[in-house]
Structures are given as structure tokens and as C-alpha cells.
Ligand binder design. Structure first.
Ligand SMILES: NC(=O)c1ccc[n+]([C@@H]2O[C@H](COP(=O)([O-])OP(=O)(O)OC[C@H]3O[C@@H](n4cnc5c(N)ncnc54)[C@H](O)[C@@H]3O)[C@@H](O)[C@H]2O)c1
Ligand SMILES: [Zn+2]
Length: 377
């Protein structure tokens, strides 16, 4: 980690796929930082309508100040529905039509949806070109922009087509969060809590003390806490990715709360009724309750995690948000369709306590179904 007056820099050490994550509040030097990665001073920006309305102009100015020509701004429709083949195909064709070259770099300016789709387009266009992530949601800043997972959804599930394609650079300006709706901010915060819960008890305690200020505190403290939380989260994510880039082991810990959460999201058709971070929040609470029930984690730790999520305005129970009258057998079926299923056994990430999680395929389906019945009654 290195610090300057304007930003903190983390390094993701992946050999020839290594890159930096630059984190600051108001990155006026964004253009200069990007220019260093461009062979010709020309780039393409992919964004969505909401980000185009709130953030695009600031970044275009920063790029132009650094002498970078924007060959094309592609503005996608916001929302998960955009993550499909039709959109990727149109996007790649637009770029090719504009004269995209093998040595060009494209820029994803947006949340996880823009980042995932742009990264995937970059992975396949001209057999792979470089891309830069400028994440504009809290979720994208602490999670999706780092690690190189890119992809789209199909009728067979979320992210069922994709590629590992690491970005060239990740530029995080926490000031962009000022225009993000509170609900989205809270959803991203759930992923921050996840890092504390699975890896870092000290960070979790810090979040208990400062999480609320980060979400809606006074101006000065809000920014200070956001920066700190983003740095710490990116550091944890980067460490995990460096240890297990292609999710053959430890990286699966990052799915804590996601197997339950995805099943709930599926029941809402991945709609606005339950957004990803909310699903993760409920999923983490369920995984914590299940861990305590199975005797892996102290009940007090499960309660502590749930209390913090609740205090930050996040849902912690399936009935708090999203679809009503859920069928436990259907939820179990969704969990069995998860990408993490191996030899027909469901992979669960459970807790030993705050700051310590583990991966298991040992939990019997009957036991899980009984737990789901109790959760959903
Ligand atoms: N690749 C990965 O490793 C990874 C990890 C986690 C999640 N994801 C993916 O990320 C996606 C979710 O990402 P998300 O939560 O960022 O959702 P999103 O990209 O849909 O953004 C949420 C909403 O906020 C708007 N928005 C974004 N930035 C804004 C800003 N600064 N001001 C105002 N509005 C803004 C967007 O237009 C959208 O309406 C999912 O598709 C998920 O699968 C990927
Ligand atoms: Zn997630």
C-alpha cells in the first residue's frame, strides 16, 4: 500500500496480470492516471443512463484535461436486465464499428452491471483487450471491480456466461457515492460487512463503531469513513484474489451469504424487489443462524452480525424484503442450481465466529431443508 495526498494505492500482484487500485475522494488526476495506460490517447467509455446523468461529465472533463480523446460514449440502460448477450453483442459491434484496435483500452464507468458487461466485452473483443474499472456504486468499489470476474446472465442463471479478465487499473473516487441512492449504498455496505465477518474481526468491530456514519453521517466524517472502509475491503478482496485467482479454494469464502441470497434473488427474478446486497444481507444472517444452529459458531456472534446489519438498515430475514410466501423446497432447488454446486453437493460458507469463515460440502440436505422450513414459516 502507498499513500499520497490525493490517493491510496493498493497493488494486486498477479504476475503479468497485476494492477493497481487507486482510491481517493475526488480523483482530479484520473485522466493522468489513465493516460499512463493508453498507447494512443484515445478511449471508449461504457456507462449507464443514471451514471451518465450524474458522473459522466466530471470524468470526461478529467480525461480531456489529460489530452485523452473519447472515441465513443456508450450509454446502456441501467439494471441487471442489461447483462445479456444481446447487449454485449451490440456493444462489441459498436466498438468495432468505431475502429477499436487490439491495443486500445476501454473504460467501465458505473456499477457492477456496467463493470461486468464491459469486462466481458473486453475479454472477447479482438480476442481480448485491456479495460479500466471506474466503479461508481459502493458495491462495485468494494467488490465487483476488483478480481477479474466478468460476465452476463442467461435464463440458466446469473453470471452463467463470462470470463476471468483482470482490469488494467481500478480507479475509485468515493465522491461519486454522493449521488448514489441510500438503498444502493446500504446494499454495497452489506459486502463490506461480509469482509469483516469472514476475515477480520477487528475490521468488523470498526464497522460496528463507524458504519452508520459512513452511510449517512456528517460530511467530513462520512468521507473519511468511506475511504477507510473501501481501502480495507479492497485490501481483503485483493489478498483473496491473489491467493486464489480462479476460485479453486479460498476465494469461495467471498460467497458468504450468497448461496442463500442468490436463491432469494432468483425468486424475485433478480428484480428491484430485492437487490443483490439486500439478498446478501439476508443470506449472511441466514448463514450465521445456520452456523449457530449446527454448533459451528457461538450464538452471540451470529446475533452480533445480525444486529449490525439491522442497525445499518439492512434486511436480515427472508420476510423483511422481497418475495412473500417462499417455498423451502424451491429455495433448496435454487441453491442446488448454484454455480458452486460440486458433485451434486451444495457448497455452504459458514461461520466459526466473527472474522472466521469456512467452506463446507458436508451439510446434509435434510438438515438444510429443515432449517429453511423454519426460516420461511
Ligand atoms: N464481477 C464480480 O466479481 C461481481 C461481484 C459482485 C457483484 N457483481 C455484479 O454486480 C452487479 C450489481 O452491481 P451494483 O450493485 O453496482 O448494481 P448496478 O450496476 O445495477 O448499479 C445500481 C444502480 O445505481 C445506479 N448508479 C450507479 N452509480 C451511481 C452513482 N454514482 N450515482 C447514481 N446512481 C448510480 C445504476 O445506474 C443502477 O441503477 C450484479 O450484476 C452482480 O452480479 C459482480
Ligand atoms: Zn455479492
Amino acid at each position: 500500500m502507498s499513500k499520497s495526498a490525493e490517493f491510496t494505492k493498493l497493488h494486486v500482484a498477479l504476475g503479468e496480470r497485476s494492477y493497481d487500485i487507486v482510491i481517493g475522494a475526488g480523483l482530479d488526476s484520473a485522466g493522468l492516471l489513465i493516460a499512463q495506460h493508453l498507447k494512443r490517447k484515445r478511449t471508449f467509455i461504457i456507462t449507464d443512463k443514471n451514471v451518465a446523468e450524474t458522473q459522466l461529465e466530471t470524468f470526461v472533463k478529467r480525461f480531456e484535461n489529460a489530452g485523452i480523446e473519447i472515441a465513443q460514449k456508450v450509454v446502456l440502460s441501467p439494471g441487471e436486465e442489461t447483462k445479456n448477450f444481446t447487449v454485449v453483442s451490440a456493444l462489441v459491434e459498436t466498438l468495432l464499428h468505431q475502429g477499436l484496435e487490439r491495443s486500445d483500452v476501454i473504460i467501465a464507468l458505473g456499477g457492477g452491471v456496467v463493470g461486468d458487461i464491459t469486462g466481458f466485452a473486453a475479454a472477447i473483443a479482438l480476442r481480448g483487450i485491456a479495460f479500466i474499472q471506474i466503479p461508481t456504486t459502493l458495491l462495485a468499489q468494494v467488490d465487483s471491480s476488483v478480481g477479474g470476474k466478468t460476465g452476463i446472465d442467461t435464463p440458466y442463471g446469473k453470471n452463467t456466461i463470462g470470463a476471468f479478465h483482470q482490469p488494467q487499473l481500478v480507479l475509485i473516487d468515493t465522491n461519486v457515492l454522493d449521488t448514489l441512492p441510500l438503498r444502493e449504498l446500504q446494499a454495497g455496505y452489506a459486502e463490506i460487512v461480509k469482509y469483516g465477518a469472514i476475515k477480520d474481526a477487528k475490521f468488523f468491530a470498526w464497522l460496528e463503531a463507524n458504519g452508520k456514519q459512513l452511510l449517512s453521517g456528517l460530511e467530513g466524517e462520512k468521507h473519511e469513513f468511506r475511504i477507510e472502509a473501501v481501502i480495507r475491503s479492497c485490501q481483503i478482496k485483493a489478498d483473496v484474489v491473489v491467493a486464489d485467482e480462479r476460485e479453486e479454494g479460498e476465494r469461495a469464502l467471498l460467497n458468504f451469504g450468497h448461496t442463500f441470497g442468490h436463491a432469494l434473488e432468483s425468486e424475485t427474478g433478480f428484480s428491484n424487489a430485492l437487490i443483490h446486497g439486500e439478498g446478501v444481507s439476508i443470506g449472511m444472517a441466514m448463514a450465521a443462524r445456520f452456523s449457530a444452529e449446527l454448533g459451528f459458531a457461538p450464538k452471540a456472534d451470529a446475533e452480533r452480525l445480525i444486529a449490525h446489519l439491522k442497525a445499518c438498515g439492512l434486511p436480515v430475514h427472508p420476510s423483511d424484503k422481497g418475495p412473500k410466501a417462499l417455498d423451502p423446497v424451491r429455495i433448496l432447488a435454487h441453491m442446488k442450481h448454484d454455480k458452486k454446486v460440486k458433485d451434486g453437493r451444495i457448497t455452504l460458507i459458514l461461520l466459526r465466529g466473527i472474522g472466521s469463515a469456512f467452506i463446507t460440502r458436508e451439510v446434509e440436505e435434510d438438515r438444510l431443508l429443515a432449517f429453511l422450513r423454519n426460516e420461511l414459516k
